[in-house]
Design a protein around this ligand. Structure first.
Ligand code: PGA
Length: 267
């Protein structure tokens, strides 16, 4: 079985003292060694101090983004090597907020901030810096309602992983995050999640072959909370969760970690 992986995406939340308090509170409630991987992903300016805060705990660190070039005239950007040097194991790439929400609007009010092509370049840069990218994909509500979910997932997997070579499955994580479920309180049903994950697993088989693809973890993301985590994690192709809002509270995040361990029969 793939080792389940729960990551908290803090987005633009928690100042340094709140981040430290959260990690200390979570670590206090967890055993020193865990049967799953757990990570927190703070905003990049706090990565160095948070690396110190997690030291001695089973919690690992992830960035929320990185730039695809290693250096140069890119004001305000952070390279993959810098994220790695700050103490990160992971980096979230291609989050729907970066694909759809953060960026200038075109004349029709659409935002196309990060394209699959840009995300693929970032994934390649992250892997060269020995970071494990958590590559986010997922359809919008309009795309789901129009019956285009699989087509969107195929386009995003192929596009966001263009030119990516994975020597082993543990060098890459995919997060399936239906855009309509992020921060909305609306979660995919276990059937919807399992269907999408099974399809993504098949795409990864096509892309990387069964030896590598069989080890790539696919997280579910979108309004995961302690009350729905067990049913989602019972799905055979759901290997963990990428958690936004519920990762900001000690009891909720611990509840999600414990629920994942229970659902996967690792307790
Ligand atoms: P949410 O966010 O858990 O608040 O829905 C998930 C995410 O954006 O990764």
């Amino acid at each position: 079985m793939r080792r389940p992986f729960v990551a908290g995406n803090w987005k633009l939340n928690l100042d340094l003292s709140a981040g430290r308090a959260l990690v200390a509170g979570v670590a206090e409630k967890l055993p020193a060694s865990l049967p799953i991987d757990v990570a927190v992903c703070p905003t990049s300016i706090y990565l160095f101090p948070m690396a110190k805060a997690i030291s001695g705990t089973p919690i690992k660190l992830g960035g929320q983004n990185c730039w695809h070039e290693s250096k140069g005239a890119f004001t305000g950007e952070v390279s993959a090597a810098m994220v790695k040097e700050a103490g990160c194991t992971y980096v979230i790439l291609g989050h729907s907020e970066r694909r759809h929400t953060i960026g200038p609007k075109d004349a029709d009010g659409r935002i196309h901030a990060e394209t699959d092509e840009m995300i693929a370049a970032k994934v390649r840069a992250a892997m060269s810096a020995c970071l494990v990218p958590i590559v986010c994909i997922g359809e919008t509500l309009e795309e789901r309602d129009a019956g285009h979910t699989n087509e969107v997932l195929r386009r995003q997997i192929n596009g966001s992983l263009a030119g990516v070579e994975a020597a082993s499955g543990d060098s890459l994580v995919i997060a399936y995050e239906p855009v309509w479920a992020i921060g909305t309180g609306r979660t995919a049903t276990p059937e919807q999640a399992q269907d999408a994950h099974q399809y993504i697993a098949a795409l990864l088989m096509e892309r990387f072959g069964s030896d590598v693809a069989g080890d790539i973890r696919i997280q579910y993301g979108g309004s995961v909370k302690p009350s729905n985590v067990v049913e989602l994690m019972k799905c055979p192709d759901v290997d963990g969760a990428l958690v936004g809002g519920a990762s900001l509270k000690v009891d909720d995040f611990v509840g999600i970690i414990e629920g994942t361990i229970r659902a996967k029969g690792l307790d």
